[in-house]
Ligand binder design. Structure first.
Ligand code: URA
Length: 282
């Protein structure tokens, strides 16, 4: 493994997130797959596969299975990716001309699906504007619902540490949002109609923020954004592409959800490789 240069602050963070040793050893099985373009199918159709949430309470396999990459297809535009069925069409139409402030107001008052009934706060997203990176998670958990901010629990602390390890911060460089803006009761998996109703908000956020990179965390967010049912093992380690309405291609890198990393700390070395890939994915 090629030697990586880190400054003392980054080294501190690497130690903090528990991967310094693995990283220094060069963890033989953690070498990244060569970056290559994989263009994804349109996301969020009526057939979009419901995917398991990676909230800490949810049981999940101890290790995602690698699977061969699916055949490359043309990159979806943000408009295509935001063409959901039913309620989502109405949402997508309404927000098409919105700026970020209007979009935020819309999300905070949204009643497009049943999740609004159980929420304390809708979570629009938070972070730098303009943002170099957009980090996309799944859905708010209990603490996020209570505070109206994304990734503020234990997963969020780990996410902040991971970002800091590559010199990024949510205050300065990164905007953080979720696919689903309201907490599903008991952190259950979002239903297809909830994904359809909510995903146009994320697509509009992407179109407005035009980040240099998108880092997608966890199987659910990756499958939704990339419109695939491929496993996370097969999606990570390479560069995907999402096309904006303006025709800009935004590199997308998939990594593990921090909640999964809290349960499986040995995978942090792979997550570190994903962050490295995101840094250089152009
Ligand atoms: N998990 C997520 O996916 N998003 C959050 O905002 C918090 C936990």
């Amino acid at each position: 493994m090629a030697e990586l240069r880190v400054n003392p602050l980054q080294r501190l963070w690497l130690r903090e997130i528990g991967i310094e040793k693995t990283w220094l050893r060069g963890a033989p099985d953690s070498a990244p797959a060569p970056a290559r373009d994989v263009q994804a199918r349109p996301a969020v159709t009526a057939q979009a596969p419901p995917a398991a949430r990676s909230a800490p309470e949810a049981p999940r396999p101890s290790r995602p299975e690698p699977r061969p990459a699916s055949k490359p297809e043309p990159a979806p535009t943000v408009a295509e990716a935001s063409a959901p069925a039913s309620a989502g069409i109405e949402v997508a139409r309404r927000v098409a001309g919105f700026d970020l402030a209007q979009l935020q107001q819309e999300v905070l008052a949204c009643t497009a699906c049943g999740l609004c009934q159980g929420r304390k706060h809708a979570v629009f997203g938070d972070g730098a504007r303009p943002a170099r990176w957009l980090v996309v998670g799944e859905a708010p958990g209990e603490q996020e619902d209570r505070r109206g901010l994304p990734f503020v629990g234990r997963s969020g602390q780990l996410l902040d540490a991971m970002l800091a390890s590559v010199g990024m911060s949510r205050e300065r460089d990164v905007f953080i949002a979720n696919v689903i803006k309201c907490r599903p009761p008991g952190n259950r998996n979002p239903k297809p109609e909830e994904i359809a109703a909510c995903s146009p908000y994320l697509m509009r956020q992407i179109a407005l923020l035009e980040p240099e990179r998108i880092l997608v965390l966890g199987r659910f967010a990756a499958q939704t954004l990339l419109g695939t049912d491929a496993t996370i093992g097969s999606l990570r380690g390479r560069r995907h592409v999402l096309k904006t309405e303006a025709g800009r291609e935004i590199p997308v890198v998939v990594s593990y959800h921090p909640a999964y990393l809290l349960r499986s700390p040995s995978e942090k070395a792979r997550a570190w490789q994903d962050l490295q890939l995101a840094l250089r994915a152009a």
